[in-house]
Ligand binder design. Structure first.
Ligand code: CO
Length: 472
């Protein structure tokens, strides 16, 4: 076991701007724009500490490319949580795995309100119309300037009583619309919902009632349908969540006897067209999905149970030799008519997390290629390689370097590319030997390195998601 990755789980409090970084290799000249990523970067507030990897205060960082040159900057999201926490030296707002110290009265009076939300949007970024937003699993986003990364304010969705949402909205380019998931938690029953994004308005598209709300991080989409996978990690006692005041994550129970369920919703009408069961499983990320001969083919990075949520507690991640579960590349077949069950097969034996595809051209359609992070068997407790998957053959190509820990690989298609994988793959890597991070640029087709850009004396903590935005 190798634990040198732990430097990537520490607080980074320095905000810096580096105008022109040395490039080893060469950046393709067509690569113009910014990779903007989101990461938890502060885990201690005064004498208190966040408990889960998903809790840390959000920091945005960007690599900007122009004429083969690269600049870098990073900046905290100046949310209410960031401001009030740091002013008081105490955790003031609930996070995924950490709650503020709060009285019962205060918990009861705020439990069903949309607030308190600290705006610590530390999971992903997106462009909604002409605004750039940082997202988390709440129905609230923070607006930022894509050039300076300065926080501009709250992107407050109007008229929603949903308490939770997703940091993974989908974009339907054919219909020029964004779609998001949200959930309304109630004591007796709860609801999953899909909304069309209409500026800051959320237009309700579909409501799916449920007795016990599952923890859902993302959803799938095909040409005509939305796909909700209801995992067996469920909120079994809402009242206890409020009264006992356990952090959000701790109220979910693994209930394998309940199985899992796929719910297919028509994008145009919002009607549920299919609902099928399958054996209990858990996933954070849908990879892609498409329609084929009366069924939906859905690829997910799936786990046989939900232990991974526990393994992402900071104490567990930082413990020696604890290790994390690796997820399987599963292909589910979901019948669109006539009921039945959903079944799956493995696309490959290699594990996959933080999957990315050529989203603009192939999301929701038959496709051939996925990029992801994975764990080399027997080598580490954390993601330590990048993998390119040929979905049709199951063949893989890998990037690996000893003591290096790469992050989510973001694919950027080359202009007028003739192949699905013609372009560049961008990943931020923590080099534990040099105690610094670098941006790695791989060729999308060969998966060979074409450039790396080192940050002098600066570690970017392990974060979650980012996007490449072409010149704004
Ligand atoms: Co995610």
């Amino acid at each position: 076991m190798n634990n040198t990755f732990k430097g990537g789980l520490e607080t980074q409090s320095h905000e810096i701007t580096l105008q022109e970084l040395a490039v080893e290799g060469s950046i393709p000249h067509w690569l113009v724009g910014s990779l903007i990523r989101n990461t938890p970067a502060q885990f201690e507030i005064g004498a208190q500490s966040y408990r889960h990897w998903f809790d840390g205060l959000a920091m945005l960082y960007s690599f900007t490319f122009e004429n083969g040159r690269v600049s870098y900057r990073n900046r905290f999201i100046e949310s209410k949580a960031w401001r009030e926490n740091n002013e008081t030296g105490e955790i003031k707002f609930p996070q995924f795995g950490t709650n503020p110290r709060q009285s019962l009265f205060s918990r009861l009076s705020t439990a069903f309100k949309k607030r308190p939300i600290g705006g610590n949007t530390n999971v992903n970024v997106a462009r909604f119309g002409d605004r750039f937003v940082a997202l988390t699993e709440r129905a609230l986003a923070m607006v930022f300037d894509p050039h300076t990364l300065e926080t501009l304010g709250v992107y407050d969705y109007e008229k929603t009583d949903a308490q939770v949402s997703t940091a993974h909205p989908q974009f339907d380019f054919a219909r020029n619309i964004g779609i998001t998931y949200a959930a309304k938690i109630g004591i007796m029953s709860s609801e999953y919902r899909f909304y069309n994004l209409n500026g800051t308005k959320l237009d309700l598209l579909a409501t799916i009632p449920t007795q016990k709300l599952a923890y859902i991080h993302s959803f799938g989409m095909t040409e005509h349908y939305l796909l909700l996978a209801e995992y067996a990690l469920k909120l079994s006692n809402v009242l206890a969540m409020i009264v006992i005041g356990k952090p959000f994550a701790e109220n979910f129970e693994w209930l394998p006897e309940e199985g899992s369920r796929f719910i297919v919703v028509d994008k145009a009408s919002g009607k549920i067209v299919s609902e099928v069961e399958t054996e209990a499983f858990f996933a954070f990320h849908h990879i892609n999905a498409f329609e084929r001969d009366g069924e939906i083919v859905a690829d997910l990075a799936a786990y046989p149970d939900a232990k991974i949520v526990q393994q992402f507690y900071l104490d567990a991640l930082r413990a020696d030799g604890a290790g994390i579960a690796s997820s399987e590349f599963r292909r589910y077949r979901i019948p669109l008519r006539g009921g039945g069950r959903a079944t799956y097969e493995l696309v490959t034996d290699e594990n996959i997390e933080f999957p990315r595809i050529n989203y603009e051209q192939f999301n929701g359609k038959p496709y051939g290629c996925v990029f992801g992070m994975s764990i080399q068997q027997g080598t580490t407790d954390f993601y330590n390689q990048l993998t390119k998957f040929d979905v049709t053959t199951g063949a893989v190509k890998k990037w690996y370097e000893a003591d290096c820990y790469p992050g989510e690989p973001v694919f950027v298609a080359a202009p007028e590319a003739s192949n699905e994988d013609t372009g560049a793959v961008l990943s931020v890597v923590f080099d534990s030997q040099r105690d610094t991070s670098f941006l790695l640029v791989l060729d999308g087709r060969s998966f060979g390195e074409i450039a790396r850009v080192r940050l002098p004396q600066h570690i970017i903590p392990f974060g979650f998601h980012g996007q490449f935005f072409k010149e704004q």
